[in-house]
Design a protein around this ligand. Structure first.
Ligand code: FES
Ligand SMILES: [Fe+2]
Length: 457
């Protein structure tokens, strides 16, 4: 089976409807394992999680568990299974997201087979009983394709897959200038949610919901969002507000209403306190000083420029150097990329917000949802973080994310209604969803978006 999809640059401008089977069908969820998850490159961890030789983490996806380990030369990936009788080699502690630790070798606790960090078998008790038939091919760990980009470790369970760089195109070209590999976790959380993994991701791959689901943001200025398809992947962003030269202005919501010095400070304080995403303490502090540093009546674009430049200088003084990205590239890159099938990178020059979701068993109504915030830290001052299990509540995730979560289970249930004919994404602002399903259909062989018939409108 070939799943290579050419890098279609069409724009999916036609209104489409998406069949609900991809969200609610048990047989579709079961088919995803072989047709989708075992065919695609998946973000499986961060390079900095593997600090020492022998450091390892596991990545769990349905029936597959993968060990990612740092050897003296490289990062390697193996199926987490003992070749003797098939015991999971490394156990994931009950209730944990994954296993992690550091070892000089892997040891199977069932009958004592041992493996070095390169997956080679180093010991089989009573090996002679096999009459010299045990060669390295049948006693070593089964390797998995692994590569890195953006500071993430990516794996692909298909040994014949295309190279990661080809797969990710054009995400790499568009995001390389943001130097995401230099960022480190500020926080990372995961939970088991009552919706399909696509419903969870589709709560974040568009800006159409912001005015209604997050009404508080309306006070900081209205900005019109867009979404563009790039082959397997897509991105979203905001249209350039009049008189401003960076897409960033919309992401950061420097409004043209009222006094932009005050609205910027207010927006930053709100975002820091109520979302804990998309900004940093440095940006918040610099926003709080705007009223003192700039005269009343300073136009919004000047406020934005001053704010960003002073925050950049503040960070540089403590050894945090933001990359410089051409404003035209910033505008084109938008605010977030949806990496097929299940990873979203909300990028900027000094912080990032990433979401991922994957199935939780074969129940189409459940998923593992994850969010992580990254930031540039002074060398040696990176916080020590771990994956924190969080139920989908405001107490656990903060106010703004809980607003997003409030739609998820309700969408999952609503889509099963006899009266529902299928999602009809906004062809301009929600094109990432149409693109996701167009690509999913290529892998799954079913579920392609179809033009909205007149009677559906
Ligand atoms: S199953 Fe691992 S040593 Fe027997
Ligand atoms: Fe949202």
């Amino acid at each position: 089976m070939t799943n290579r999809i050419t890098n279609i640059e069409d724009t999916l401008t036609e209104p489409v409807s998406i069949p609900v089977e991809a969200y609610v069908s048990e047989s579709y969820a079961r088919a995803e394992r072989d047709r989708l998850w075992r065919q695609v490159w998946l973000q499986a961890g961060r390079v900095e999680e593997l600090t020492e030789v022998g450091s390892y983490i596991t990545f769990e996806i349905l029936d597959d568990s993968i060990i990612l380990v740092r050897t003296a030369e490289q990062i390697r990936a193996f199926h987490n299974v003992c070749p003797h009788r098939g015991r999971r080699l490394v156990d994931v502690p009950a209730g944990a997201r994954n296993a992690q630790g550091q070892r000089s070798q892997f040891f199977c606790g069932y009958h004592g087979w041992k493996f070095d960090l390169d997956g080679r078998n180093t010991h089989v008790p009573h090996k002679e009983d096999w009459q010299n038939k045990l060669d390295s091919a049948c006693t070593g760990l089964s390797s998995v394709k692994v590569d890195t980009w953006g500071g993430w470790i990516w794996i692909n369970l298909n040994p014949d897959c295309e190279p990661l760089q080809d797969y990710l195109h054009p995400v790499t070209t568009m995001l390389d200038p943001f130097e995401l590999q230099n960022m480190r976790f500020r926080w990372r959380k995961w939970g088991i949610f009552d919706c399909n993994w696509k419903v969870a991701l589709e709560a974040f791959n568009e800006t159409y919901h912001v005015q209604t689901t997050h009404p508080e943001f309306n006070q900081f200025g209205a900005f019109r969002g867009w979404a563009k398809a790039h082959g397997k992947h897509s991105n979203i962003g905001y249209e350039r507000p009049k008189g401003m030269d960076e897409n960033q202005s919309a992401k950061l919501r420097v409004g043209t209403n009222d006094d932009p010095r005050l609205s910027t400070a207010k927006m930053q304080a709100y975002t820091w306190e109520k979302a804990n995403t998309n900004t940093t303490q440095t940006l918040v502090n610099a926003a709080m000083r705007l009223q003192d540093e700039l005269p009343a009546g300073t136009p919004a674009d000047q406020v934005l420029k001053h704010w960003i430049e002073s925050a950049r200088k503040d960070d540089a003084r403590r050894g945090v150097i933001w990359p410089t990205v051409d404003p035209a590239h910033v505008a084109k890159s938008g605010t977030a990329w949806q990496v097929f099938p299940n990873f979203q990178i909300g990028h900027s020059v000094n912080n990032a917000l990433c979401y991922s979701a994957r199935p939780y068993g074969y129940d189409p109504d459940k998923c593992i949802f994850e969010a992580a915030v990254f930031e540039l830290f002074p060398p040696g001052e990176e916080p020590d973080t771990a994956w924190e299990y969080c139920p989908p509540t405001e107490a656990a995730w903060c106010y703004v994310l809980a607003q997003d979560f409030s739609n998820m289970a309700a969408v999952q249930q609503g889509m099963k209604s006899l009266g529902f004919k299928g999602p009809k994404p906004n062809p301009y602002m929600e094109r990432s969803t149409a693109n996701l399903h167009r690509n999913l259909a290529e892998y799954m062989g079913t579920g392609a978006p179809c033009p909205i018939a007149e009677h559906d409108q």
